[in-house]
Design a protein around this ligand. Structure first.
Ligand code: FVH
Length: 290
């Protein structure tokens, strides 16, 4: 795909992330127009070659592609639901939110004659403009295809599908993974610290465990998708015996044992439902219940 760096890009929102996005487009050679509620946040970018727009309406007129990156969807509506002309504009909304907000905002934009792609940034500002920055998009495929090369200046761009809610849905699933892994690591760290072992000593071992578990995911996903959980490695009733030690050890150390108890309680429920001889991913049933 050819990357036409003549394509003008407008950025609405110059918080930490918006500034990084504008900086990456400038670095890639695009003409960049910027607008922010607090105008002074544009100063550094203007010094680097960005064009400041006095109003949102002026910013939208600068080109056909507008990236929106604000605190939340309420801010998006505060900025765009102000009678500005959206006809013919392609909005790429990289503001974090949930999938319902993304779908509602897509409908709202379409009713006003705009094209709309939603997006989720799975990266920190300093990674923007590098391949490490994963950016998810969803919405009409022709609109994504029209701008994929330009959006590629921000990082590794992934298209998920036509439903504009998909990017937010994946974002939330990813955040669930991230915080769960971090919480598990913090629990292990607290346990070892209670025994005088510092966090840095545990970190490499913890990383090894996380990498090992990541390797199980394709096989476990296959079991979930087939709805069949033969205990090829270990049965849930075997796992739960180790979970008992996990709860006991944390309680004896006098530290918070809420997470170990939750882990065991979910496995106990699955066993009570008759799944003791099956493999761990059978717990998907517990996670699927309301
Ligand atoms: N920063 C990060 O690492 C994360 C990575 C993952 C995705 N997020 C999401 O990106 C959105 C913006 O985040 P941010 O880090 O840029 O946030 P702030 O630095 O706090 O900037 C917020 C901007 O939003 C403007 N704003 C807020 N409310 C309004 C409003 N009602 N009207 C107009 N503008 C508004 C704010 O303007 P100002 O305070 O400078 O005048 C900033 O431009 C976010 O969804 C993250 O979850 C970033």
């Amino acid at each position: 795909m050819t990357h036409n760096t003549d394509t003008p890009v407008t950025i609405l929102g110059l918080g930490l992330m918006g500034q990084a996005l504008a900086g990456a487009f400038l670095k890639a050679g695009h003409p960049v127009t910027v607008w922010n509620r607090t105008a002074s946040k544009a100063d550094r970018l203007v010094a680097e070659g960005a064009q400041p727009a006095p109003t949102v309406g002026d910013a939208l007129k600068a080109g056909a592609l507008t990236i929106v990156c604000l605190t939340d969807y309420q801010a998006v509506h505060d900025v765009l639901d102000t009678g500005v002309n959206l006809d013919g504009t392609t909005l790429v909304n990289l503001t974090s939110g949930d999938s319902a907000q993304a779908r509602d905002t897509a409908r709202w934009a379409w009713q006003r004659g705009a094209r709309y792609l939603d997006g989720a940034i799975m990266a920190i500002p300093s990674a923007i403009g590098t391949a490490e920055a994963v950016i998810l998009h969803s919405g009409p495929k022709p609109d994504f295809d029209a701008h994929a090369a330009t959006l590629g200046a921000l990082g590794t761009v992934t298209y998920l599908g036509e439903d504009p809610g998909l990017a937010s849905l994946y974002d939330v699933a990813g955040l669930t993974m991230m915080w769960s892994v971090l919480n598990a690591w913090l629990q292990g760290t607290a346990l070892l610290r209670a025994a005088g072992i510092d966090a840095a000593t545990f970190a490499p071992f913890a990383a090894q465990i996380a990498t090992g578990v990541a390797g199980w995911l394709p096989g476990y996903a296959e079991q979930i998708d087939n709805g069949s959980f033969p205990a090829e490695v270990s049965a849930l009733e075997t796992d739960v015996r180790a979970m008992k030690h996990m709860v006991q050890e944390n309680e004896t150390a006098g530290i918070n044992a809420e997470l170990p108890k939750l882990i065991k309680a979910m496995a106990d429920r699955a066993i009570a439902a008759g799944h003791g001889k099956e493999q761990y991913p059978v717990l998907i049933e517990e996670f699927t219940k309301p």
